[in-house]
Design a protein around this ligand. Structure first.
Ligand code: NAD
Ligand code: UD1
Length: 337
């Protein structure tokens, strides 16, 4: 298939592009580089050995999106583009609603006009709100912050469009906690500013960019008192997108919803210790207050994706840390400008 990857220069999009090309698909990238750098594309071309067409514009621009679909033949869309920082979404709710909903509106409008009927959408475990333990897809959705509401709303919008256009096929993929990097060490997660998320923060402590890890609370009702999450290797996650794309070609019902997680939970201290094993020495940390809005435990029931997509996450937490460390060591300041 010729697949349009929105947000293809971003963290998860870039890893998915590599696998799409390896599987024989053609890729077209659209990204406005709001949270990524053009040099990602050079790395992707080096990794895939292919020239990758890139359209650099803001997907909220309907005319440019329409023009893209006129210029390029597209069979399916994987829609990663969006803003994703929970704290920032509380400060800038209008930007989050405008960007995340607006990109989906332009894309789906252009798809309809050009007869493109398959879309894979990046949703999140955040749609389970406060109820994220052993989450199954039939659980009611809700959210605790504007970012989360944009995901709940985009899922609903896509469901409504599918009712009105029964030939459309949508995959709603609810990611748990993506971490890790491509085994080559040439692409990985490159957060701008101070990382919000655990593994990128530990990696920056390990490489000497941050002094110590702040562990947000050790009084949760968990194995060791620290928060537990379902970390999934970004290459396992990327493989889930290829499986969903294949599934869309044979699906009878218009919408499929799948959790992409491992089903295992790892605590903050367990993740820190796994990273220490990858680095070969201890890393400094301090226990501090809980972070407002955090749940104690979050992990998927991935059974539906395992059964219906024929997909399963296979990489371990140690694999995730080894690969993150390889990427961070080779690129201490992320992608070049
Ligand atoms: P990312 O920020 O690395 O990638 C998103 C890409 O989209 C960036 O390259 C950015 O420049 C681009 N983009 C943003 N707004 C755009 C616009 N208006 N027009 C064109 N391009 C635009 O994020 P990621 O971690 O790769 O996440 C991808 C998707 O997965 C997002 O929708 C995110 O909400 C979702 N998700 C991510 C996580 C996670 O932990 N990383 C978890 C659950 C869901
Ligand atoms: C966060 C988002 C979630 C998003 C997910 C993507 C919040 C409240 N939630 O989830 O919506 O889908 O990222 O991966 O931001 N921790 C520390 N010290 C740190 C950073 C994190 O102790 O410096 C702890 C957290 O308290 C948590 C765990 O590490 O227990 C994981 O945190 P993080 O990587 O931010 O992910 P989530 O909170 O699960």
């Amino acid at each position: 298939m010729r697949v349009l990857v929105s947000g293809g220069a971003g963290y998860i999009g870039s890893h998915t592009v590599v696998q799409l090309v390896a599987a024989g698909h053609q890729v077209v990238i659209v990204d406005n580089f709001a949270n990524s750098k053009p040099s990602v594309v050079n790395r992707l071309e080096a990794l895939t050995g292919e020239h990758l067409p890139v359209h650099a514009f803001d997907l909220r621009d309907r005319d440019k999106t329409e023009h893209l679909f006129t210029q390029e033949h597209i069979d399916a869309v994987i829609h990663f583009a969006g803003l994703k920082a929970v704290g920032e979404s509380v400060e800038l709710p209008l930007e989050y609603y405008e960007n995340n909903l607006g990109t989906t509106f332009s894309l789906v409008r252009a798809m309809q006009r050009h007869g493109v009927d398959k879309l894979v959408f990046s949703s999140s475990a955040t749609v389970y709100g406060l109820d994220q333990e052993a989450a199954t897809e039939d659980r009611p959705t809700s959210a605790t912050n504007p970012y989360g509401w944009t995901k709940v709303m985009q899922e609903q919008i896509l469901r409504d469009i599918a009712v009105a256009n029964p030939s459309m096929r949508f995959a709603l993929l609810r990611y748990f906690n993506p971490v890790g990097a491509h085994a080559s060490g040439t692409i990985g997660e490159d957060p701008q500013g101070i990382p919000n998320n655990l593994v990128p923060y530990i990696a920056q402590v390990a490489v000497g960019r941050r002094e110590y890890l702040s562990v947000y609370g050790d009084d949760y009702p968990t194995r060791d008192g620290t928060g537990e999450r379902d970390y999934i290797h970004v290459d396992d996650l990327a493989a889930g997108h290829l499986a969903a794309l294949t599934r869309l070609t044979t699906m009878d019902e218009p919408v499929g919803v799948w959790n992409l997680g491992t089903g295992q939970s790892t605590s903050v201290l367990e993740m820190l210790h796994a990273f220490e094993r990858a680095v070969g020495h201890e890393l400094p940390h301090r226990i501090v207050d809980r972070r407002v809005g955090d749940v104690a435990v979050s992990y998927a029931d991935p059974g539906k994706a395992n059964a219906e997509l024929g997909w399963r996450a296979s990489r371990t937490v140690d694999d995730m840390c080894v690969d993150t460390w390889r990427w961070q060591q080779a690129n201490p300041h992320g992608f070049p400008d």
